[in-house]
Ligand binder design. Sequence first.
Ligand code: SAH
Ligand code: F3S
Length: 471
Amino acid sequence: MAALKDGSSGGDPAIPKEKDRRTVFVETWGCQMNELDSRRFVGLMAREGYLEALAPDDADLVLLNTCSVRDRAEQKVYDYLGRIAARKRLRPGLLVGVCGCVAQQEGEEILRRSPAVDFVLGTGRIELLPSIVQRVVTEGDRPIEVGFDMDEVAYTPGAVARTVAHRASITIVEGCNKNCTFCVVPTTRGRERNRRLAGIVDECRRLADEGVVEIELLGQTVNAYTDPATGEGLPALLRAISAIGGLRRLRFVTSHPKNFDDDLIAAMAESEVVCPALHLPFQSGSDRILGRMKRQYTRAEYLDLVGRLRVAIPGITLSTDIIVGFPGETEEDFSATVSMLDEARFSSIFCFTYSPRPRTAAARWEQDVPVRVAQQRLARLDDHQQELQLRMNESLVGEVLEVLVEGSDKTGQRVSGRSRFNQLVHVDGIPGTPPGTFVMAVVEKGLANSVLARPLRVGHPAEPGGPDVAS
Ligand code: SAH
Ligand code: F3S
């Protein structure tokens, strides 16, 4: 990469002068995995001497880390490229790369549609970013890299530019082997590729040594994780990570109901580190629609799993994903989805209107639910859930929660963070408490999407029981 790091006369040639430092800006859409991939982009380019810019105007390299899971996300990318093209005319040296799922899906089409784009980098080729940038600079062509390496996950653990010191996400399995008929992810992220368990545990240990107290393990079907050499699964991994000293919270997302077995429930239940909160998409409450979606479970099986989780892990909170307006969804099917909310009692939901995606089975079917009907169903579902959430959060009044502080509001008076159960908690009376601090707080009021609490004490992360500031 020496070609990019020029300009320094004298001193260590590998360290450019401040004014010569190149800068990278990443715009991110989509899921947590994309968020993490963006931090990998910044980390990989930092090794080449790049600084991170906080706005595209300050950048020499702009990366669009895209999402194609639903229609609008894709459209946003093309809108954004239109604005970048205007900027590029004013700043000819600016490089623009399209990465992520739209890159994987559209490939060449992006270069054709948008002359401002210098290269396209797919989700399986992240580690190639520095070399591809160099290629653009030195050879001036417009490369497309969108393949997948099936045998191993290319990953440089150290090259993740983390934004907070106390929390980290790590991908343990890339891709997805399921074939849900609505979903584009198997195309955009490829087949499952698993990392080695020992490598993941080493990385977690290193993060804990650096002061990370909460780790989130990522995968499209995270509970399908299997060590490629030993065959060990997610339960073994949770047990191994739970044994690392200093780590206080461990989460994993997203789980598929079909892959959730009793050993995984046991591993969650027995660990003091694994948080009692789970994201478990059910998508539809109707068996007919679940069948058409090829989700591989029934409503009864999903609810049975919820029952077993609630027995084994007292107080566990559940969140979920739901699609309304899937082809063939009748009013009766939709009612079955609404009643799932009452039966499973989710603490939060993410619901979407169905959007036909390229190269998916359902996109070829008759799109018989009008958009207007789908949007009404979405609103009805959301209204119903808001009522349930308000009641659930009101029932928390008087309970003591451990809050990991993430930040404060504009006035600096109120700090906010998450409980172990993943509730969003706002705490008054401890202004300026820094992110990463654990606070014990008692809930005073429940709102629809959060709870308000007053602090009991503030403890140091390393001393779970020991208060060092009384309030
Ligand atoms: N296993 C994945 C799921 C990826 S997509 C994960 O890690 O979250 C996230 C959610 O988007 C899905 O659970 C589904 O509810 C929604 N979704 C996926 N494809 C969709 C489509 N074509 N239309 C509407 N919503 C969709
Ligand atoms: Fe998509 Fe289904 Fe996999 S929702 S990510 S194909 S489990």
